[in-house]
Write a protein that binds this ligand. Sequence first.
Ligand code: R5P
Length: 282
Amino acid sequence: MKVICTEKSQVLATQVAKALKTKVVDVNYSRFPDGEHYLQAGEIDDEMVIVGSVVDNDSLVQLMLLVDACDTATNRLVLPYMAYARQDKRFKAGEPISSRVVARALSPGVSEVMTVNIHDKEVLKSFSVPAHNLSLAKDIGSYIRSLDLDNPLILAPDEGAMVFAEQVASVGEWEYDHLEKTRLSGVEVRMTPRQLSAASRSVVIVDDIISTGGTIATAAAMLYQQGAKDVFTACVHGVFTGGAYVRLMATGIRDVICSDTIERSCSRISAADRIAEALRKS
Ligand code: R5P
């Protein structure tokens, strides 16, 4: 078995290969003069693990080309982050179901797919091969434990992320809750933990994705107003679109942490062990 990866998942793929005690196949990536992607893979094994987050359109094309380059092998596809997964419904007439488009594009030529904390597990049904989702909730919990915070409060930004917060909190048997948004006027909202007080406590807001960071920035500012001692935030997929990281840090958040499903300099949690463990079992 060998691992092969897209350009934007090189670090994670190398860690996965290390955990599996195997090699990463060298791939030369370049472009044709008209901008089309080109790649040439080194020696392929009979069994391949293709690792690549869909972080943009280029990485999606690279993944499709990699699968084809490995067409002599049995391929398992690891999609640590899957862009387009949030457009999983036709919210308005005339829209595509983009998650389904990506799943259909990436199913041919692979025997199995693994995702990590996908936005909604229903998306897995759009692949035409067996697809499983892994969770880094426990890994985020272990990272929080390493911060050695005194009795931290783990907060989900909304009720939908409560199960995730509960799984994170279970690592240290910490208290957890979710934020509740009350609209005070057309422009004013208040966000408070539903049941517990943040006063004098270290709070860690956890979520699957930070995209614009809008919700967490507002929540952090309000938690400080409510007397929180420190606010941290940790997520699986650090998308950080449109300057989100800077905006979050400007609220006084002590640290913004993400995993390497999208490789960032603040990727302090690796999905590699979780992925390798799942590959060993599958
Ligand atoms: C929503 O369902 C997700 O779990 C995240 O809360 C959301 O995608 C974060 O978006 P943003 O960072 O733009 O507030």
